[in-house]
Design a protein around this ligand. Structure first.
Ligand code: HDE
Length: 756
């Protein structure tokens, strides 16, 4: 097919259980033969090495490649060996003195296998433990070339990247759709060395100084006694901390908004949070904030949906990312910058640029696009890549420098330090996923897990024995030279600047920028989270911070908690809303959105086929839900079901379409009742699982469609056929067309109960 998106959505649909086509999305790997029911008995051709494990080798000071041939690193051969390369003839039985006798200590294979297994786990990240990642490419537009000399931002440069998305609080095995901040970390393998942009999907942070990081994380992580709850902030210690430490108010408000529960990693913004300093070729400097803008728009789940997904499919976000990439529906983001003059005050329109609890509204400083990120390849080995990747805000390239944001300063220490525990020593840059694509000529030697075989005898400078190599370079040869920024004469203090003391005007701006339905969601989120706290004092104190954001917010949450609403303790800030902060009101591409087509035993299967094709044609993904797995119907019109009433839940679909029965006069599929109404019209309705699916989809503001005869199921589920976003049309394709228009707005917002 010519249109890659159509091909993509077809591939997603084809790769789903129930369909015959095998999936072989890993580039460089031949398609596997279809698995047979019998265990294979003969070795097959070896798999070629996984592309990710053939990164550029570490170079020695004298410039020669070192270490084993990278092509041999991946385990791809036909015959099982020990770690020493000896072929094995049995891996299922320990070596014993007779079949019923004692196991012998001399069984090296047993000891090696179990020893290695014992050490398979490494410490998970202390924060951002649960993540999913993908490879891709960054294509620069050249629009930043006037403000930075970074070579990868010059016009039309393509740079390989690896991006890892994550939640912050949960453990590696926790669920994806918890209410939390999301990490958005990008490794650019540039020709001038690695640049890491280690950002989040929320543009502000809980704290203004890195020294508070252990405090906020200890408060957010599970309670130390029982280690509950996992992966969420709905508990006393979190609210105790953020209500006392009011600089956390802005970030907490973003978490309580729809931003805390993204629909997909592909539909989140990313932010560098801190202000960075760009350096141009002529030495001039500009302060900037980095933004990632998703091509699919910024969309969220609703809270009940997120909670159900946590049980039904805890891997919802990582599955969504991998499926989309495997199908060729490559997610894309534009990188943009807001630019500010590099003045000694480092403020813009009165906003302190060194305070990471501040944003600068896009209306005051527009985001200027500077390049396009496309994620186009899934990792071949989760552990080797997603788990072992090590990001660091200090991995910078010439043309990108830091500011004196005190939060950033602490991060510059932390990201190196943490890898020593997590990756077991100082040689983590040699792991394939971390290897720079620029030649490495360092003088770092030895240490745990050293895999380079360095040549040369003089890892020191100055030397004559290695011909003086490696030499240092000047800016003209591409060296990283720190910007000679003037440091103001000062006295050493443990203090924050006065401007850091305003904790409420920016949260108020965020609140005022929300649409009524987004405000309703925020009220619901605070009411849920504080309602989970046990300590009365914590709830009351949290309400006090809300009073300083907005009295209506405070009153509504107080009402939900059954508590009185306190008065504000500071004057309410007089701020202008920033419309760019609201997620509602635009229309967005519907590419890759999932349409559940619910069919009964007597549905019009010809029409189901037609709708399925139309969904694919529109670049979306059809999932047919039938009473059982396997095939629905028989003969030429038989339809494969991808989900059954048992495995389907509404949360998987962006919109639901009910398949009606064949038109009157067509007796091909089933009986009619006494009045001549085809029984299929009633069949799905009678099934409580279908009724649940429909009522949930309705409650979550999803578009619902039915074609002739499907109304009965709607009625049984209590879904009014004339409600906003409910479409009943004469034919499947006609209903689909209307669903598509509704989906462009993401949800049927009118359906949510708003008081305003
Ligand atoms: Fe991190 N953070 N962080 N952080 N952070 C880590 O580094 C830290 C902060 C962010 O997918 C750790 O390798 C301190 C802000 C992401 O591998 C650790 C402070 C922002 C990731 C660490 C911050 C982030 C991390 C844990 C306060 C948004 C995951 C494992 C000064 C701009 C990267 C690791 C990945 C990971 C420390 C604050 C984003 C412990 C001390 C602000 C996306 O080093």
């Amino acid at each position: 097919e010519a249109n890659p998106l159509k091909r993509a959505s077809r591939k997603i649909a084809d790769a789903l259980p129930g369909d015959a086509a095998p999936s072989d999305g890993i580039p460089g790997r031949p398609a596997l033969e279809e698995p047979s029911l019998e265990e294979p008995v003969a070795p097959r051709e070896p798999l070629p090495p996984k592309p990710d494990q053939t990164g550029p080798a570490t170079m020695s000071p004298t410039g020669r490649a070192t270490g084993a041939d990278q092509a041999d690193v991946a385990q791809a051969g036909s015959y099982l060996t020990t770690a020493q390369g000896a072929r094995l003839h049995d891996t299922d039985h320990s070596l014993k003195a007779g079949p019923r006798g004692p196991v012998l200590l001399q069984d090296h294979h047993l000891r090696e296998k179990v020893m290695h297994f014992d050490h398979e786990r490494i410490p998970e990240r202390v924060v951002h433990a649960r993540g999913a990642a993908a490879h891709g490419v960054f294509q620069s537009y050249g629009t930043a070339a006037s403000v930075t000399k970074a070579a990868f931002l010059a016009k039309d440069v393509e740079t390989p990247v690896f991006v890892r998305f994550s939640t912050v609080l949960g453990s590696r095995g926790s669920a994806d759709t918890v209410r939390d901040t999301r990490g958005f970390a990008t490794k650019f393998y540039t020709q001038e060395g690695v640049f890491d942009l280690v950002g989040n999907n929320i543009p502000v942070f809980f704290i203004q100084d890195a020294i508070k990081f252990p405090d906020v994380i200890h408060a957010g992580k599970p309670h130390p006694d029982r280690e509950i709850p996992q992966a969420q902030s709905a508990h006393d210690t979190f609210w105790d901390f953020v209500s006392l430490h009011t600089e956390a108010t802005h970030h907490t408000l973003w978490n309580m908004s729809d931003r805390g529960i993204p629909r997909s990693y592909r539909m989140m913004e990313g932010f560098g949070v801190h202000t960075f300093r760009l350096v141009a070729a002529d030495g001039s400097t500009t302060l900037v904030k980095f933004h990632w803008k998703p091509k699919l728009g910024v969309h969220s789940l609703v809270w009940e949906e997120a909670q159900i997904i946590n049980g039904v499919d805890p891997d919802f976000h990582r599955r969504d990312l991998a499926d989309a990439i495997e199908a060729g529906a490559y997610p894309q983001w534009e990188l943009g910058i807001q630019t500010f003059p590099d003045t000694p005050e480092q403020t813009f329109e009165g906003i302190d640029l060194l305070d990471p609890t501040n944003i600068v509204p896009e209306e005051l400083a527009p985001v200027q696009p500077i390049g396009l990120l496309t994620l186009n390849r899934n990792p071949a080995d989760f552990f080797a890549e997603t788990e072992q990747v090590a990001f660091h805000v200090g991995h910078l390239v010439p043309g990108i420098d830091i500011t004196d944001d005190p939060l950033l300063a602490g991060r510059l220490f932390s990201y190196l330090d943490t890898q020593i525990t997590r990756l077991g020593g100082p040689n983590f840059p040699q792991l394939p996923i971390n290897r720079p694509h620029a030649p490495v000529n360092d003088m770092l030697r030895d240490g745990m897990h050293q895999t380079a075989v360095h040549r040369g005898v003089a890892p020191y400078r100055p030397n004559s024995l290695d011909g003086g190599c490696p030499f240092t370079a000047g800016a003209a040869e591409g060296a990283y030279v720190e910007t000679p920024v003037r440091v103001p004469e000062a006295t050493k203090v443990r203090e924050a600047p006065e401007s850091f003391a305003d904790h409420f005007s920016q949260p108020r701006r965020f609140w005022l920028s929300m649409s009524p339905v987004e405000r309703e969601h925020i009220i619901g989120a605070y009411t849920f989270e504080l309602g989970k706290c046990y300590e009365q004092a914590v709830k009351e104190r949290a309400l006090r911070t809300l009073a300083n954001i907005d009295p209506e917010l405070c009153e509504q949450v107080a009402k939900g908690l059954g508590l009185p609403a306190p008065e504000p303790t500071v004057p309410l800030a007089d701020v202008e809303p920033s419309p760019a902060l609201s997620q509602i009101g635009g229309t967005w591409p519907v590419d890759g959105r999932i349409i559940g087509i619910v069919a009964g035993p007597d549905s019009d299967l010809e029409a189901v086929h037609a709708v399925r094709d139309a969904v694919l044609e529109a670049g979306m993904v059809p999932l047919v839900v039938g009473p059982t797995g396997g095939v629905l119907g028989s003969g030429g019109n038989a339809v494969m079901t991808q989900r059954s009433y048992v495995t389907a839940r509404s949360v998987e679909f962006d919109a639901v379409l009910l398949a009606g029965p064949p038109a009157v006069g067509d007796d091909a599929y089933g009986a009619r009742d006494a009045k001549g109404v085809p029984s299929a019209a009633l069949r799905p309705a009678a099934d409580p699982r279908v009724a649940l699916l429909l009522s949930e989809a309705f409650r979550h503001g999803k578009a619902i469609g039915a074609w002739a005869g499907g109304e009965a199921a709607l009625a049984a589920a209590g879904v009014p056929a004339d409600a906003p976003g409910v479409v009943v049309a004469g034919s499947g394709p006609a209903a689909l067309e209307q669903l598509r228009a509704l989906l462009a707005g993401h949800r049927v917002w009118e359906r949510f109960d708003t008081r305003n």
